[in-house]
Design a binder for this molecule. Structure first.
Ligand code: 5GP
Length: 352
């Protein structure tokens, strides 16, 4: 495969420990790595075992890693069945649309946890993440900013972090304006709170895949369009988008070059300490009113974060733990600054 200076680099999308691999011909010859590590491929001569080293590693010795094809085949065989259930969008409060990813209940027959999700989630189980060929990328001054996607469980503080970023520099950061089919209220202006469109147009746009996500609330549709992301980027702003993690893979295009930040909750002990006086609009509350966090909210947040990480962790570029809000914000700000100035690894398909 082509690569920078004739070298080929891959990003590992899974954790690998040769000592736990029964198939490897020689465990001592294996190379261990973690999800997200960048590896340089030294040889692909063998169809089952490639030779690789960690990028930037001073040790020139290569180790064995399972080839993409081999790993895909055995992961597909091993991967546990994930039961998915289409989310019923009506009768749900709105925040449920954006934040519908949650453990819902145990399946009575199999005792497996089920999570609610939109229909498109069902296809995610078919993906078997192994490696992705990557190359270095540094944004040039004339290029648009990369899209920044924020994901995280309900109540983790994602909206608060987004709000702080926005007010820190309103000229530099922007958010999308959602579409809705509900009637405009007197104090609202078209294109500010929402872009108001007819049901017919909304449905046509859905058919034409114009939405990144959408939902229904009180007989009206709400959604975020791909064009609304484009219009923020066209203003030469950094577009901050928070979406369900299952939508991320549809945004991974050369045009958007998304940088995905996972906002993760701290330990349950720290949640109890830090969120003592905070409120949440719980996904279990059909009224949609903010109430003090309960123990169940904390548990649900942690469980939901675990599911997100195990299902979509390979798509995250950065994880920030929101323990203390100010510290998390500072880390987020540093990440943004680096994103604009430093070199990053991106899929090779984004460079051509
Ligand atoms: P309202 O009609 O009161 O402005 O909003 C109703 C609900 O629609 C809000 O609580 C909001 O969370 C939800 N909503 C707003 N924008 C979007 C969107 O882009 N997508 C989805 N799925 N829901 C939205």
């Amino acid at each position: 495969m082509p690569s920078k200076e004739g070298k080929m680099f891959i990003k590992a999308l899974f954790d690998y420990n040769p000592n736990e691999d029964k198939a490897i011909p020689c465990r001592e010859a294996g190379l261990s790595f973690r999800k997200g590590d960048i590896l340089q491929i030294m040889s692909q001569d063998d169809a089952t075992w490639w030779q690789a080293r960690h990028e930037g590693d001073a040790n020139p010795r290569a180790g064995l890693i399972p080839s993409k094809h081999f790993q895909e085949r055995r992961l597909a065989l091993r991967r546990p069945e994930i039961l998915v259930q289409p989310l019923k969008l009506s009768n749900r409060k709105s925040s449920g649309f954006r934040r519908s990813f949650r453990l819902s209940r145990k399946d009575k027959k199999t005792n497996k946890s089920m999570y609610e999700c939109k229909k498109s989630d069902q296809y995610d189980t078919a993906d078997v993440p192994t490696y992705e060929e990557v190359s270095t990328y540094r944004r040039q001054a004339h290029e648009k900013y990369r899209l920044v996607v924020l994901v995280g469980p309900v109540g983790v503080g994602l909206n608060e972090l987004k709000r702080k970023l926005l007010i820190s520099d309103t000229q530099h950061y922007g958010v999308t304006v959602p579409h809705t089919t509900r009637a405009k209220r007197s104090q609202e202006s078209d294109g500010v709170e929402y872009i108001f469109i007819s049901k017919h147009l909304f449905e046509t746009d859905v058919q034409n895949n114009k939405f990144i996500e959408y939902g229904e609330y009180k007989n009206n549709y709400y959604g975020t369009s791909i064009d609304s992301v484009r219009s923020v980027l066209a203003k030469n702003k950094v577009c901050l988008l928070d979406v369900q993690p299952h939508t991320v893979k549809h945004l991974r295009t050369l045009e958007f070059k998304p940088y995905v930040i996972f906002i993760k909750p701290p330990s349950i002990e720290r949640l109890r300490e830090t969120r003592k006086n905070a409120k949440i609009i719980s996904s279990r509350d059909d009224q949609g009113t903010a109430k003090p966090f309960t123990e169940e909210d904390f548990q649900e947040m942690i469980k939901s974060a675990q599911i997100m990480e195990s299902q979509y962790g390979h798509l995250f570029d950065k994880t920030i733990i929101n323990d203390d809000l100010t510290m998390a914000f500072n880390e987020l700000k540093t990440t943004f600054d680096k994103l604009e100035t430093d070199t990053h690894w991106v899929p090779v398909s984004w460079l051509h």
